[in-house]
Design a protein around this ligand. Structure first.
Ligand code: SF4
Ligand code: MG
Length: 321
């Protein structure tokens, strides 16, 4: 197995100052929000890597950086060895871009209502002058819809069907990697499992790699091979799925799992979540989790814990042993 995606020391800072306020109050410092802070991980080809965390943990920002919608402030994303931010060979960049697609949370917002489904699905290929003969029809059948749906408009479909159309469009250019940002969280619970199963089947059939972004641990447990847990833009723990669910090492992961609805064989005695997520503009010093951590010691507010490898887990906590 080799890594198809390598993320190295990725950082993204957003300027969230209000210009009008800066004009009124002289020398007001810029408000900078560090959405992603020094995150490194790798995704093996033909696997599912899930990023989990509460809202504001930076998972969507990482997804957008990986597909090239948001540039990093620092660090690197290498896809098939190519760094999209610095690569100067345009052919290489184009080839990698065609290999990576994204599926968003809201299938309503991401489909152009004026286009027939055929145009929607074919667009990523037709825009580059590619041959789209029979393409939409073939893809519609592949995602469990019918070839004749190609002539309809998005509003004629249910939420689950629309997400299938988004999946078909993502597959049109024959990608190797799909970044899925909460792909089922806008759907009725009754259709979530169907869409997830479709995504699993397509991955096996087509040899795809998924970066799967979710706040829903049940969904992640169903889909992921490996899981990275984010807190305030930092990766705090990473482990193979079963390892993480059986024995989470980081106090935040333990807290997150304790807050989730309990599943069979998954009921640990952990403190329920306490306190709000702190302000990402002024994150806590040292370990960003220390104000909420039930076992914090003195050192935790002073020193930022490095990611350390313990067995098949990587964990950023001074007390991980
Ligand atoms: Fe808690 Fe300290 Fe570990 Fe952070 S480093 S999770 S505060 S024990
Ligand atoms: Mg999000």
């Amino acid at each position: 197995m080799s890594a198809i995606i390598r993320i190295e020391h990725l950082t993204r800072v957003f300027d969230v100052s209000k210009p009008w306020l800066n004009r009124v109050i002289e020398r007001l410092p810029k408000a900078l929000l560090t959405a992603v802070s020094d995150v490194s991980f790798e995704i093996e080809e033909n696997s599912v890597y899930a990023l989990v965390g509460e809202s504001g943990s930076g998972k969507s920002t990482i997804g957008k950086i990986v597909v090239g919608l948001v540039p990093p402030s620092d660090g690197h994303v290498k896809i098939e060895g190519v760094d999209l931010a610095t690569e100067t060979d345009r052919d290489k960049v184009e080839a990698v871009r065609a290999d990576i697609q994204m599926i968003f949370q809201d299938p309503y917002a991401s489909l152009n209502p004026r286009w027939r489904v055929r145009e929607v699905i074919n667009e990523p290929v037709s825009a580059k002058g590619g041959d789209v003969t029979g393409l939409a029809e073939k893809l519609l059948e592949q995602v469990g819809l019918s070839a004749k749906d190609a002539a309809k408009y998005p509003h004629e479909f249910s939420g689950g069907q629309r997400q299938r159309i988004c999946i078909a469009r993502a597959l049109a250019s024959g990608p190797k990697i799909i970044v899925c940002d909460e792909p089922t969280s806008a759907l009725d619970v009754s259709v979530q499992a169907q869409v997830l199963n479709l995504m699993s089947d397509l991955r096996k059939e087509l040899g795809l790699t998924y970066l799967f972004i979710s706040h829903d641990l049940t969904v992640v447990q169903h889909m992921a091979d490996k899981i990275g847990v984010l807190y305030l833009g930092r990766l705090v723990e990473e482990a193979p799925r079963d390892r993480l669910f059986d024995a989470p090492k980081h106090p935040y992961t333990q807290m997150l799992f304790a807050a989730a609805p309990r599943m069979d064989g998954f009921g640990r005695e952990v403190e329920p979540p306490k306190g709000e997520i702190p302000d990402a503009i002024n994150p806590p010093t040292g370990c960003a989790f220390h104000p909420r951590c039930p076992i914090a010691v003195d050192r935790c507010s002073k020193e930022r814990p490095e990611m350390r490898k313990i067995g098949d887990t990587r964990v950023a906590c001074h007390l991980a042993e």
